[in-house]
Write a protein that binds this ligand. Structure first.
Ligand code: TUI
Length: 315
């Protein structure tokens, strides 16, 4: 599967999917990415089916290009949203933070292209058996909920394990990252953190400022003890969460309660004290706010330049 074949499959111009960032990726961002030739995604996160329904309507008003919905499977609204997207026949569904097996048939019967995020070859093989269209192999460099294995190690192993197109994610924010992902066997990429600073991204300005200021070592993964590690920017709050994980006087319930609502506080209010600013390890590479179109154009021209240079190494 080449990048062009993936583009044909998804009816997009460039093999760039936008990450399904909960509380952040809404209709204006998804439509801007799709209008720029990538695949925009509305993040359902923990929102209600009514919210997602409104966002789908709004995205259809803002673009005539295909876009998708990302369903966070740990959400108690996942089933209602799974039914909604089937009814609405959105072009693409991506899933995260769990196994989409209960819903795949429903979506395929509705003509939806189904692209689960996987963090292991095991789930990738199952996704292929269930009839998925492609998978997103998401490495632990990513922001938000993460698996164990890094992108560099995960992507080629997933490519060897299945015959579906593989979209690489985690640690990709420029054209070098795209070129590297293609060299690992991927047919496309998913980019999250870089689209956080898109002009069309409605996230609070404090969030964007923190991404632009971040350095290479400025993220931390918390919540390992709870079984769902989350990568976010280092802040006094995320450091506190991290240290409390090693405090045996604190129960899992207390730890869970501490993090509740913290992503919303960061995204909507830019709360520098109690917000959790989810971001990938590549945040340190991101230096400016740009339109979604400028981001995609920059990514693709850098990737082309990198790939052309690489050809000379083969002689
Ligand atoms: O889902 C994500 N990233 C996310 S979701 C999110 S919202 C949230 N809020 C509060 C608590 C938790 C999440 C923020 N960031 N990425 C996709 C992803 N999926 N990464 C890793 C996985 C994954 C991990 C294990 C998918 C499946 C899996 O195993 C499934 C199984 O049950 O076998």
């Amino acid at each position: 599967m080449t990048t062009t074949e993936l583009c044909n499959l998804l009816e997009i111009e460039y093999p760039v999917l936008q990450g399904g960032m909960a509380w952040i990726a809404d209709a204006p961002l998804a439509a801007a990415v799709s209008n720029a030739g990538g695949l925009g995604l509305i993040a359902a996160g923990v929102s209600s089916a009514e919210y997602v329904s409104e966002q789908i309507k709004e995205a259809r008003r803002l673009t005539d290009k295909p876009f998708g919905v990302n369903i966070m499977l740990m959400s108690r609204n996942a089933e209602a949203i799974a039914e909604l997207v089937a009814k609405e026949k959105v072009a693409v569904v991506t899933t995260g933070a769990g196994s989409p097996s209960p819903y795949i048939k429903l979506w395929i019967d509705a003509g939806i292209k189904v692209i689960p995020v996987v963090a292991s070859t095991g789930l990738a093989k199952m996704a292929q058996r269930w009839g998925a269209t492609a998978v997103i192999a998401e490495g632990s460099e990513s922001g938000g909920h993460i698996g164990e294995t890094s992108t560099m190690a995960l992507v080629p192993q997933v490519c060897d394990a299945i015959s579906l197109p593989v979209i690489a994610a985690g640690g990709i924010a420029d054209g070098r990252g795209i070129a590297a992902a293609l060299m690992l066997g991927a047919a496309g990429v998913q980019v999250g953190t870089r689209f956080l600073v898109a002009h069309e991204c409605s996230v609070h300005q404090n969030y964007k400022d923190k991404i632009i200021k971040a350095k290479d070592i400025d993220t931390v993964a918390t919540g390992k003890r709870l079984g769902h590690p989350i990568r976010s920017l280092k802040t006094p709050f995320s450091r506190e969460l991290y240290s409390k994980e090693y405090d045996s006087n604190i129960s899992n319930q207390e730890l869970e309660a501490l993090g509740k609502g913290a992503l919303k506080l960061a995204a909507e209010e830019g709360d520098l004290q109690q917000g959790l600013f989810m971001a990938g390890q590549i945040a340190g590479l991101i230096k400016e706010e740009q339109s979604a179109q400028a981001i995609i154009e920059t990514l693709m021209s850098e990737a082309q330049a990198t790939l052309s240079r690489a050809a000379s190494w083969a002689n």
